[in-house]
Design a protein around this ligand. Sequence first.
Ligand code: 5GP
Ligand code: ZN
Length: 112
Amino acid sequence: MDCLFCKIAAGEIPSTKVYEDDKLLAFKDINPQAPVHILIIPKEHFDSVDALDEKSAPIVGDIMLVAKKIAAEQGLKDGYRIITNIGENGGQTVKHLHFHILGGVKLSEKMC
Ligand code: 5GP
Ligand code: ZN
């Protein structure tokens, strides 16, 4: 499949990794929108949350636990934000499920 994040997961496109296990990869966003901006992806391809089902959805719990661990490692003790964009109106530009971790600054109270 011609998918940017599948290629990053496979190591075909380089990334600055901050976490990896058998199911998940986390790496720095190429265009950071906060002092800390990290993406967490499942290595298995899903288009977005919309593509999850009862069998695959537990991966989101795994991602949340890794997000928490990364946030602690990055020193985000005063808080941070986790975002996943879905589809055109959600502003999703890469069609491989991913969660943004944003922090290191007081984030906007606006969510949209
Ligand atoms: P989305 O808009 O789909 O929620 O988020 C996609 C994110 O992927 C964007 O924040 C964008 O900066 C990031 N991104 C796009 N291409 C690359 C890349 O080649 N490497 C990395 N590390 N991040 C990328
Ligand atoms: Zn993919």
